[in-house]
Design a protein. Structure first.
Length: 257
């Protein structure tokens, strides 16, 4: 089914699908075919859901919000990851207004409630030349109605239902996330990331925590740079930036200050 609301930049057209391999793939095909910015693809279930860094995103049919949004921001391809930060702010706000949840953003692309992940964000960029961004497919996977998670995810993941005890409508959840994303994306287009820095810091899980970058650097997170890099201070007092790659938490509570 396709829904239309021409008054919005994001979500003016929503393609609601049943089972797909990945909404990222469907949305990318539509983007290449000329679909306008703000076109949204959702699915009830994905057989090959994509996560960050080549991981899988597994869902149980009908329990999650699985959504990909076509964006066409100006800028260079390497700026695409900034959209994770925009989406993180929007998801935190949507969870607060929908369910009264206090969620926080773990840089760069996870949204947590407490210590558990409730949402993952995946921006996938396509280029039309070495320096030109053609589009970004912004994928959002939000755990909504799962009653439990099995195996390794048992202690790592949560859902809106597990946090509130209530079942939520996926349509209402989608609307809330899209409205918040529409607002924050508009602000991002006007001000760039610097205009969202305060909002990100207010919602950040990572600040004050000790992290290890993929290249082995360790430090306490002290800020978000204007280009979206995480700013860390090492034990020797040096300030460094982490712009890409994997970041893991180091004995977080011991490191808080
Ligand atoms: C992560 O945390 O690794 C990012 C997960 C992103 C999952 C969403 S679900 C909707 C969209 N389609 C996909 O295949 N992936 C994203």
């Amino acid at each position: 089914m396709s829904l239309r609301d021409p008054s919005r930049r994001l979500g003016h057209t929503i393609h609601e699908l049943g089972t797909v391999e990945s909404t990222q793939i469907v949305a990318a095909r539509m983007a290449v075919g000329g679909a306008p910015e703000g076109t949204v693809v959702t699915a009830a279930h994905q057989t090959g859901g994509r996560g960050r860094r080549g991981r899988c995103w597994v869902d149980a049919a009908g329990e999650s919000l699985l959504m990909s949004v076509i964006l066409r921001p100006p800028g260079r391809p390497e700026e695409a990851p900034r959209l994770s930060l925009v989406a993180g702010i929007a998801v935190v706000d949507a969870l607060r207004s929908l369910a009264g949840l206090r969620a926080r953003i773990r840089w760069p692309n996870d949204v947590l409630v407490g210590e558990r992940k409730i949402c993952g964000i995946l921006p996938e960029a396509a280029t039309s030349g070495p320096d030109t961004l053609a589009h970004v497919i912004l994928g959002i996977g939000l755990n909504v109605n799962q009653a439990f998670f099995a195996d390794a995810w048992r202690t790592l993941a949560t859902s809106v239902r597990m946090e509130t005890g209530g079942v939520s409508g996926l349509g209402e959840t989608r609307r809330s996330v899209l409205e918040a994303l529409d607002d924050w994306y508009e602000r991002f287009l006007t001000t760039g990331l610097p205009g969202l820095r305060e909002a990100w810091l207010e919602r950040a899980y990572s600040i004050g925590r000790k992290v290890r970058a993929g290249d082995g650097r360790v430090g306490v997170v002290v800020d978000l740079a204007d280009d979206g890099a995480l700013v860390i201070r090492t034990d020797s007092g040096e300030t460094m930036r982490i712009l890409t790659g994997e970041v893991t938490m180091e004995a977080a509570d011991a490191a808080r200050h």
